[in-house]
Design a protein around this ligand. Structure first.
Ligand code: THU
Length: 157
């Protein structure tokens, strides 16, 4: 037996001002996307924004439903909208932000496993790393590729 380790490197920013203009704009779009959140049950609002290979930004927000499993997370809402409306463009980056009690959560919200799996597949489809930016009020975490938040990816496609 050999003990091994999986290491995750990421960048942490104290403010969006430290980021590239494109990433800053994507973070802003994720915050704007919060306005589309429909969360009458959890009152936990999530916004996401996907940047495509031509610079187009597509927003999404969580959509809840009385039949709970019929709702959808912000990330998948954004990615499916991007995939459906721009099937020939690749997804280059996704930014995610959460708001509760009227305030952006200080700790960045981490995407659920199902959303990570969907990110993984669009990354594979595009053939290039998709960066993942988790926006919190106190700091921002940027992961260079989906593999960094989903080690041992299942992408048997
Ligand atoms: N939610 C997201 O939109 N993204 C995630 O990655 C985790 C959870 C939503 C789903 C539900 O509307 C609310 O947050 C509470 O779970």
């Amino acid at each position: 037996m050999v003990k091994k380790e999986i290491r995750i490197d990421y960048e942490e920013y104290v403010s969006v001002e430290e980021m590239s203009e494109a990433d800053r704009a994507l973070c802003r779009a994720a915050v704007e996307a919060l306005e589309g959140s429909y969360a009458p049950y959890s009152h936990f609002h999530v916004g996401a924004a996907v940047r495509l290979s031509d610079g187009t930004v597509v927003k999404g927000a969580n959509q809840e439903n009385a039949a709970y499993p019929s709702g959808l997370c912000a990330e998948r809402t954004a990615m499916f909208a991007a995939g459906a409306s721009h099937p020939d463009l690749d997804m280059e980056s996704i930014a995610i932000v959460a708001r509760q009690d009227g305030r952006i959560c200080s700790e960045p919200a981490a995407p659920c496993g199902a959303c990570r799996q969907v990110m993984a597949q669009y990354q594979t489809k595009g053939g290039k790393p998709m960066s993942v930016i988790l926006v919190g009020a106190d700091h921002i975490k940027k992961f260079a590729r989906v593999d960094d938040i989903l080690p041992l990816i299942f992408d048997n496609i």
